[in-house]
Write a protein that binds this ligand. Structure first.
Ligand code: GUN
Ligand code: ZN
Length: 439
């Protein structure tokens, strides 16, 4: 096959954020909006991006152009925290975190010992990501290695860049869901060797949270992190007040919740901590000093009554942050809905979250949080060609509202407020169309 045969050309309205910013007020300057743009991809990467008028001469005669004149094309949406085994338990009634785990989550996760079951849900899960325009996610599996195999196998079918790992959990959970410090170490190591860096797959060492790991197990997690420094660390932190009190009880010798992870060598530039709703000042400083990242999960924080995440602090303290759906405590796979709720969480604290800032957190900012901003997050040449084609007028009400949109920022804000999976026209992974909505 000649190299030109794999070229793809996409023409349409493009919107992205050109570079990393350090203050929310700088984002508007970095917005790149092309009314009539062209994106050329080859072998899964972006080889040209710019105005159609400049780019059309670059195209080989035999390249088919996919033209989306009405839609809006944005970089692939990134979900920095989600649990694939909890897909079937979204909307479990009535409990806050610790009771919710015991009542609903642990019984659901037990099913993933069975590889066939894990395969079935993994397929559903990956399709659901694609249907919602999510092209990369950082994913919790269960304690079973089978669940990790199932997920990476499903992701590979689309060459999707996923980061995932086996849960490590050796106490305070049903016996069927617990491992030991030793087995967690060996099973995780085998999975790292099998999957990390294979195709686009990446591995995350995944202790569930401090209460379900003994000090011995956290030590083993730290040992793995030291042996494989380019592997991720993914866990939960400071989500719920009872959880925080429990950690302080369990680890009295540590200065606080984050200090438990820090003590075992689990903070760092590829460490992602979900929630961080109730961090203390010293913990914000530790997040900054270690270059650790936060996954902000608004639909989950509201659903479980965990609290209001202070997004402004991430700018003040210069801590990396991305958005997470946190399915199944979160209530939607859709990043548009997640942004909608993020906006309300900020409103309740007297803060404004602009549409461009939301776009940043869902794309380039999230890529930075995942230490992947050299590969993902915008349309810069050389990056991987993951992107989403959005329909701003998916419903009659949205059509009416979009007629009044003052400018692209207002149009985007209305889409974020009202949009859902009906707004996702197509999802491209590594230059290939992986999903298209059937009307
Ligand atoms: N903390 C520990 N486990 C979980 C989980 O599965 N979901 C959420 N939201 N928080 C957790
Ligand atoms: Zn979670």
């Amino acid at each position: 096959m000649s190299p030109t045969q794999t070229q793809r050309a996409i023409r349409g309205r493009f919107l992205d954020i050109q570079s990393i910013v350090v203050q929310a007020s700088d984002i508007a300057e970095q917005v790149r909006y092309l009314e009539d743009g062209l994106l050329i991809t080859q072998h899964g990467k972006i080889i040209w991006f710019g105005p159609w008028a400049e780019g059309q001469q670059q195209l080989n005669n035999n390249v088919q152009i996919e033209h989306y004149p009405e839609q809006l094309i944005v970089p692939g949406l990134i979900d920095t925290h989600i649990h694939f085994p909890q897909t079937e338990m979204v909307g479990a009634y009535g409990e806050q975190l610790l009771e919710w785990l015991n009542t609903y989550t642990f019984p659901t996760e037990m099913q993933f010992k069975d590889k066939h079951y894990a395969d079935k849900i993994a397929q559903f899960f990956v399709n659901e990501l694609l249907k919602n325009g999510t092209t990369t996610a950082l994913v919790f599996c269960t304690v079973h290695s089978e669940s990790v195999d199932a997920l990476f196998e499903a992701a590979e079918q689309h060459q999707m860049r996923l980061i995932a790992g086996k849960v490590m959990m050796d106490r305070h959970a049903p016996e069927e869901l617990t491992d030991t410090p030793e087995s967690a170490y060996h099973d995780s190591k085998a999975l790292i060797e099998k999957w990390h860096g294979k195709g686009r797959n990446l591995y995350a060492i995944t202790p569930r949270f401090a209460p379900t790991s003994t000090p011995e197990q956290l030590e083993r997690a730290g040992q793995l992190k030291a042996e494989y420094p380019d592997v991720y660390l993914h866990t939960h932190l400071s989500e719920n007040k009872n959880e925080i009190a429990w950690v302080k009880d369990l680890f009295p010798e540590q200065k606080g919740y984050l200090d438990v992870y820090h003590h075992y060598g689990l903070t760092g530039e590829r460490s992602v901590f979900a929630h961080c709703v109730h961090l203390e000042d010293a913990e914000w400083d530790c997040m900054h000093d270690t270059d650790s990242a936060i996954a902000f999960c608004p639909t989950s924080n509201l659903f479980l009554g965990s609290g209001l995440f202070p997004l402004n602090k991430t700018w003040e303290k210069q801590v990396k942050v991305g958005l997470g759906t946190d399915i199944g405590a979160g209530t939607s796979f859709c990043q548009l809905q997640t942004i909608n709720e993020a906006y309300k969480v900020q409103q309740l604290q007297g803060n404004k979250l602009s549409a461009f800032e939301s776009l940043y957190h869902a794309t380039l900012g999230a890529a930075k949080a995942l230490h992947l901003d050299d590969k993902l997050g915008n349309f810069n040449i050389g990056k991987e060609a993951d992107f989403v084609v959005l329909n701003l007028k998916a419903t009659a009400l949205q059509q009416l509202r979009q007629q009044r949109a003052k400018n692209i920022e207002d149009a985007l804000f209305a889409l974020f407020t009202m949009g859902d999976d009906r707004s996702i026209q197509a999802t491209y992974i590594f230059g290939e169309k992986a999903y298209e909505q059937k009307n």
